[in-house]
Design a protein around this ligand. Structure first.
Ligand code: NAD
Ligand code: GLY
Length: 366
């Protein structure tokens, strides 16, 4: 039996859309689409792993509803977020007769969501796009808010757009097949929401580590709904990251991106590097007198209990990480902005940080 038990709306005037969250609901994708608009033709974009598990369920639903569709697969992994794949998909869609009323359905994690969204944003100057996120990271973060894009060699997410989906369908049950490391990486972003926006939610997580570690579906549905609501609120206030409000979502990400780049994206999953990055940012806030050490300790304890990495690896030089941070695309007018906590549940943007303090924060996180 399918069961929609949570609904969040991303309020963006004419671009508003619902996020439906439940168990087994991927089997009802056609009904979810028909609640949004008339759909006669769809392009389902997925990766090899996800398609193996879930393409047949989507297939059955669309077929039964009489929606003409094609399944377009890309290999699993970050390398698929490429200009070559975008072009391959544009060409296939052209061959298959996709037009402005065709809906692109992203069935997969953040890689598929970003790539399929970018293809939808650009094909025929933009066609409707629907998200079925299948990783925890995609369910709590990347499927919400409309950032879509691809990588250039050496520059992650360098080409992209803001292109909101017409709807998001989150099936908690798909998380059962997610590899454990990917699941835990998604939990780092969950902890991030508690730290940046909601102290009660942070406490909720601390109180439920056991059911989280065993992927208890009701707890997960509650967590995903809370994260989507928190992100929806931020996106509503600053859809295009112009006022700084949306930047709070980048807590830990300046240090994280440097760690990912220094390890050539091979040693850590994004969420794992976010976990380490949040602790670096928190220690920087300590150095600047913004928080006491116990705020960092609370995060470290929770991340440890969720079995996420918490230390900057010994083989990475602090100076090298700092140099990479200066090159981060979030440097504006030559200034690096940090997202730093003032307490659990609140962060601020700080742009007058001395490099020596950032270095010391990295050193203190080993
Ligand atoms: P991913 O899409 O690569 O998925 C991780 C792995 O899990 C892949 O091998 C995939 O095939 C597999 N997988 C996915 N769902 C599965 C399931 N239910 N069962 C079994 N296997 C499954 O990785 P991700 O962490 O979801 O996304 C990372 C990407 O998201 C990065 O490219 C990042 O830049 C992007 N991102 C975008 C935003 C945004 O706002 N657009 C935000 C955060 C991250
Ligand atoms: N993941 C950051 C954002 O969506 O803005």
């Amino acid at each position: 039996m399918t069961n929609i038990n949570q609904r969040v709306v991303v309020e963006l005037v004419e671009r508003s859309y619902p996020i439906e969250i439940g168990s087994g609901i991927v089997a009802d994708v056609a009904a979810a689409l028909s609640r949004l608009q008339r759909v006669t033709k769809a392009m389902v974009i997925s990766d090899e792993n996800v398609a193996t598990h879930y393409a047949s369920v989507v297939d059955a639903s669309l077929r039964q509803a009489g929606i003409e569709f094609s399944l377009l697969r890309v290999p699993a992994g970050e390398v698929s977020k490429s200009a070559a794949n975008a072009e391959m998909l544009w060409r296939k869609m052209l061959d298959l007769g996709a037009d402005r009323s065709t809906v692109v359905i992203a069935l997969g994690g953040g890689v598929v969501g970003d790539l399929a969204g970018f293809v939808a944003a650009t094909y025929a100057r933009g066609i409707p796009f629907f998200q079925i996120p299948t990783t925890l990271l995609a369910q709590v973060d990347s499927s919400v808010g409309g950032k879509v894009g691809i990588n250039l060699p050496g520059a992650k997410n360098m080409v992209g757009a803001f292109w909101q989906p017409i709807g998001v369908l989150i099936d908690i049950d798909v998380l059962t097949t997610l590899p454990i490391r990917e699941y835990r990486a998604g939990l780092a972003e969950v902890v991030k929401y508690g730290m940046i926006l909601d102290a009660d939610f942070f406490q909720f997580l601390c109180d439920r580590v056991e059911p989280i570690n065993t992927r208890e579906p009701n707890v997960l549905a509650e967590i995903v709904a809370c994260c989507c609501q928190l992100k929806a609120d931020v996106v509503r206030e600053d859809e295009r990251e112009l006022t700084g409000r949306r930047s709070v979502l980048n807590y830990g990400h300046t240090f994280c991106h440097a760690i990912e780049a220094a390890t050539e994206y091979g040693a850590y999953l994004h969420g794992e590097a976010v976990a380490i990055g949040m602790l670096c940012a928190s220690r920087l806030a300590e150095r600047l007198g913004r928080i006491d050490a116990d705020v960092t300790q609370l995060q470290e304890d929770l991340l440890n209990r969720l079995e996420l990495p918490t230390k900057v690896p010994e083989n990475l030089q602090s100076e090298d990480l700092l140099a990479l941070m200066q090159r981060d695309k979030k440097v504006e007018h030559g200034k690096l902005r940090y997202v730093l906590p003032t307490r659990v549940g609140h962060v601020e943007l700080v742009d007058d940080v001395q490099p020596s303090d950032a270095l010391a924060a990295i050193e203190a996180s080993r």
